[in-house]
Design a protein. Sequence first.
Length: 584
Amino acid sequence: MYLDFKVAMPKTKGVSVKRIKNIPYVYLEYGRVYLPEKKYNTAKRVCIGKACDDQPGMMIPNTNFVKYFPEEAFPKGAEEVVRSSCIHVGAFLVIRKIIEEKFPERMITEVVGREAGLFLELAVYSLLTEGNTAQYYQDYAYNHPLLTEKMKIYSDSEIFDFLTSISKNQRLTFLNEWNTKNNHGGRIYIACDSIINRHQSDEVDIAEAVHTKDEGEKTVINYLIAYDADSREPLFYDTYYGRMSAARQIRFMLDKAGEYGCQQVGFVLNHTYFSEENIQLLDQSGCDFIVMVKGEEKLVRDVVWETMETFEQDCVNSIPAYQVSGTTVKRRLFPTDRQERYFHIYYNEQEHMAERDKMKDKIDRMSEQLKAWSGKRLRPTGEFQKYFKLLYFHEGQEDEVFNCGRELTEVIHQEIKLYGYFVIITSEKMTAEEALTLCIRGNESQKLFCGNKPYLQDGSERIYGHKSVDAKIFIEFAALIIRNQIDVCIRERLMQNGRKWNGVNVSSVLRELEKIEMIKGLDNVYRLDHDVTAAQREILNAFGMTDQDIKVQAKQLSKELIQVEQEKADNYISGEGKDVKSNK
């Protein structure tokens, strides 16, 4: 394989030029062998490059030159190196496998066109670096294999042109294809999350200026994203202008769900969406809902007190998978509610003891303060205010001042009893375990998305123009689909092994896989630097891969890299030494 720079022809004894088909090859005689039968010595030669007819004394070296003249292989002033001699391949090989399974080649090619490789490459770049700034893409491409054609490294200007070329129709086509592929014929519970994405540009039509306490006025972009609460798979997203109430967000997501073929829809709601108005809206729309609230919330306090100490120690109510106990009762949600809902009450003993221990110091501190306030009338503030309200405050009396007494301490101890209890309310009949599974998976989807927020918000959309912003969010959505699949595979593997989810997440797994590297040798061939470790083998098994798969695919990657560099060198040679950067 010929390199893409020129060096001075060595003045070492044994170097000669021989023309074959009018091409001046440079040979090195590196030894002689005596042939007894012929009674003379014969030379042992190897080709080390091609001589330059237009530049006497100069030559284009090959990999043999590197072997015999390592100190002269990379002369001062040689062309800039565009790819590192150390390539991180572990995470790339896993992600490439997921892409092949989740995104059929036809699907991406038909939507994005001939630049489908760049689209997926930017999604991988976004996932591995948790960043999306085009200016830093070349730093990433320097030491990673790529999904682009012939592993081409694009400049930031080329990436900008690509982002601005992606149309709204392409984004909608992708979402339609994606949701059709997942075929939501039956009931599907949707968990949704809203994102406020800070932005620098005034030229983005969906951006708005908002005022914050810490940073003053900033420009943000708002968008919603929906997940399948059961599979935790991202379904669709859309941007919107201005502030949107929880009720409007629900209507918005209902409309979008219908557009993408989700006919029977339920919602997994967090506390921000929970209100009487929103529940009535879901009833009117024929949608079921699941919502989690803590035991000390006023809405469910009475239900928890009624069921307390009736189910916690009964093995029938144990849910081992989540280390809680649970039971179900029927109640009306609001005084005006026309139908009864299913209240699933849960108790987590470990959480109860942990929260109780945290409160011990606070109770001691509050008791000392109460002694100092004995017999005084005052207006409670801070951490005391919550407990004063529980004991004394009634409608129309919020501004009154009350005496402190022993009753306040009793109220605090009553509140401690509620620690460890939480309630899930569902409109559809289901068991306590089924409700908890759906709710936790919905929350995990949102937490998974939060894991992407470091690069989905906080000033990361550093580009001007709404087309580029829309394209970046589109690419990040594709990255989120890949990230979700990694998360699902890891969790399933941990459950099979009976291990807990302690400190193992998508980021930590990708960081571990990034340690699988290939090093370029003196012969310009990339080889694995070391064997796959036990921890890496366990991670690979979660994705249906083995260390042998890594070795085989690493060899194939090495061949691809050699071919790319050979073509680059051939272009350099055919260009008569001109800087033909076909791969940069």
